[in-house]
Design a protein around this ligand. Structure first.
Ligand SMILES: Cc1cc2nc3c(=O)[nH]c(=O)nc-3n(C[C@H](O)[C@H](O)[C@H](O)COP(=O)(O)OP(=O)(O)OC[C@H]3O[C@@H](n4cnc5c(N)ncnc54)[C@H](O)[C@@H]3O)c2cc1C
Length: 563
């Protein structure tokens, strides 16, 4: 994920059984899931002065930004804009309606969220305690490839030596050694997650603790409230009320203003539509259109409900494949989030709710929240003077916790291309093209989970196993099956280790290894791998318990509050 972690400059020990690899190592590897500052939340710092100057020279400067909606998307956008664009002559207003409410789910993230928080200057311990957050080292997938399976997609590379050049070759080595046991035995984040242990990664690239990353699981409504306080402190003006009308300019089709049910009129130069699935501005007013991807991602409903903790406290989200979809388990500090995502063509709502209740580990803490969605994306996410962020821009289903990341990515690209009153069409074109790529690459990764299965115990899985998949994915899978090669790309969130985790975890295995390993002695490779496996297990065992790390963070916040 993200920028390359530079290869270690010197030679390294710890790969003694495979010394010849060093000379044949790849020059560059995408590294782990960390190193993820790239383009995800550009600070705009260098461009701010230039933007201000260009904007003020324009006939019609942008001075009024209206954010429609106060869910996670609305408040993340408000926080990022108010912090990044502070000092510029911009009024930022946010309208939300308590009567409509928010979607009320969205609690599991990927590591990029940390960089978002860091850019906002948010203190981690404070954030953890205010949002009841836990750490996340990956997602455990149960019963996906076949019934009884369990594998973790970790946020990190395989192998005990993260700085070694052969990270991209690790699964080839494993194949060369005859796949002695599950690949995940060579993942430190998996070893920690399985033992309910957690530590922060080391920033020293030579450390064995440097090859992984982590994300958070948090209470979405507390996160939105946290960002609301943050944004209001930076001048964002919040208006409570339901927008009854969106007015478009007769010639340009640009939004000129919105009118609330109270009759209040709010003018806007730039509108950011964070109104959720309804797409109040981008769709209901502008009729932008939608690319429907249900032929590849067929789930279209969910039922969600929190419950009391049953005791398990792994730093990981769990996704268990069921008969016509899958169930999530997200452990927070104060409760567990649960949900069942399913396909209405194969399961009715009551049966889905019963299947979810059967999975609960403790007493339910709220009534079930039933949701409907259509997987896909808006044809344009930036249309005239409206930019859709969050569920209004599209939804790919929550399997790999990518929606909040897509919010963050959209905010980053918007800041990078922030429009002036001239409304250069190239800005919108670039934004739309980049977001299309982000969406399509995540889509392919998600489709892989459904399609790469041997399950034939239900109509749903028969459908997923035999459905036609996007060409862009078919080609990637063939490349991996043939020679174990992971298709590389510049944009797109899931890189090498993530694809390997899901391919191997769901039994898409390479027919042959990289030919550069042909002359290695398989017994020597096996012995080397065994040493690495033991080192990883030992290291994981020595890390603190996840619950204790959270307890220490809580204690630090309380001590600071008392001081
Ligand atoms: C089943 C499910 C599970 C999910 N799990 C995850 C996950 O684990 N990880 C992840 O990253 N994402 C997940 N997501 C996605 C995540 O929930 C959303 O990306 C996130 O919550 C952002 O939602 P939003 O702010 O776009 O929309 P919403 O939360 O729906 O907010 C919409 C806002 O618009 C306002 N609004 C709407 N109409 C009007 C109007 N007429 N006038 C005034 N205000 C209006 C509402 O009041 C509300 O404030 C999940 C989604 C679903 C459906």
């Amino acid at each position: 994920m993200g920028d390359a972690i530079p290869p270690h400059p010197g030679t390294r020990t710890g790969v003694s059984a495979v010394p010849s690899l060093k000379n044949r190592a790849l020059e560059r590897f995408p590294g782990t899931t960390d190193g993820i500052d790239r383009a995800i939340f550009l600070p705009l710092d260098g461009k701010k002065a230039l933007w201000g100057e260009r904007n003020s020279m324009s006939d019609k400067c942008i001075t009024k930004v209206l954010i429609v909606g106060g869910g996670t998307a609305g408040w993340m956008t408000a926080a990022a804009l108010s912090e990044t664009l502070k000092g510029l002559a911009l009024d930022i207003r946010l309208v939300e309606s308590e009567a409509i409410g928010t979607v009320g789910v969205g609690e599991s993230t990927i590591p990029h969220i940390r960089h978002f928080n860091t850019r906002l200057g948010i203190n981690e311990a404070d954030f953890l305690s205010r949002t009841q957050a836990t750490f996340k080292l990956g997602i455990e997938f149960r019963d996906w490839g076949r019934l009884g399976d369990s594998y973790i997609h970790p946020f990190g590379a395989y192998g005990a030596d993260p700085a070694a050049h052969e990270v991209e070759l690790f699964h080839h080595l494993w194949t060369r050694a005859g796949a002695p046991e599950s690949l995940e035995a060579w993942s430190l984040p998996v070893a920690m997650a399985r033992r309910e242990r957690f530590t922060h990664p080391s920033t020293d690239p030579a450390s064995p603790l440097s090859g992984f990353s982590y994300a958070y699981q948090f209470d979405a409504s507390l996160y939105a409230a946290y960002l609301r306080r943050y944004s209001e402190a930076r001048g964002v003006v919040r208006t409570e009320g339901r927008i009854a009308d969106v007015a478009l300019h007769g010639e340009t089709g640009f939004v000129t203003h919105v009118t609330l049910e109270s009759g209040e009129r709010i003018d806007a130069d730039l509108v950011i539509d964070c109104s959720g699935f309804r797409g109040l501005v981008i769709e209901q007013a502008m009729k932008t259109g939608y690319h429907d991807w249900t032929r590849w991602l067929p789930c279209d409903r969910a039922v969600a409900l929190p419950c009391e903790h049953g005791g398990l406290f792994p730093p990981a989200t769990r996704a268990t494949a069921l008969k016509a979809g899958w169930a999530w388990r997200i452990p927070l500090q104060h409760r567990v989030g649960n949900g069942h995502v399913y396909c209405s063509a194969f399961l009715d709502d009551d049966a889905a709710e019963t299947a979810l209740m059967d999975q609960l580990e403790g007493a339910a803490l709220a009534p079930p929240n039933r949701l409907r969605f259509l997987t896909g994306k808006r044809k344009l996410q930036w249309n005239r003077n409206c930019v859709a962020i969050g569920l209004s821009s599209g939804f790919l289903e929550p399997l790999e916790s990518t929606s909040i990341h897509l919010i963050q990515a959209a905010i980053g690209y918007l800041l990078d291309l922030f429009p002036t009153g001239d409304w250069d069409p190239a800005d919108a074109a670039e934004f739309n093209q980049t977001m299309d790529m982000e969406y399509e690459r995540i889509r392919d990764f998600l489709v892989l989970h459904y399609h790469a299965t041997t399950r034939d115990d239900s109509e749903f899985w028969n459908h997923c196993r035999t459905m036609t998949i996007p060409d862009s994915l078919a080609w990637k899978m063939e490349l991996f099956r043939e020679r174990g090669v992971v298709a590389a790309y510049e944009h797109g969130v899931f890189l090498h280790p993530s694809w390997v985790a899901v391919y191997v975890g769901q039994h898409v295995t390479p027919r042959r290894w990289d030919p550069r390993l042909d002359d290695l002695d398989p017994a020597a490779v096996r012995a080397d791998l065994e040493g690495q496996r033991r080192r990883i297990a030992g290291l994981a065992e020595r890390q603190p318990r996840h619950a204790d790390v959270l307890g220490a963070a809580r204690a630090a916040v309380m001590a600071e509050a008392r001081a």
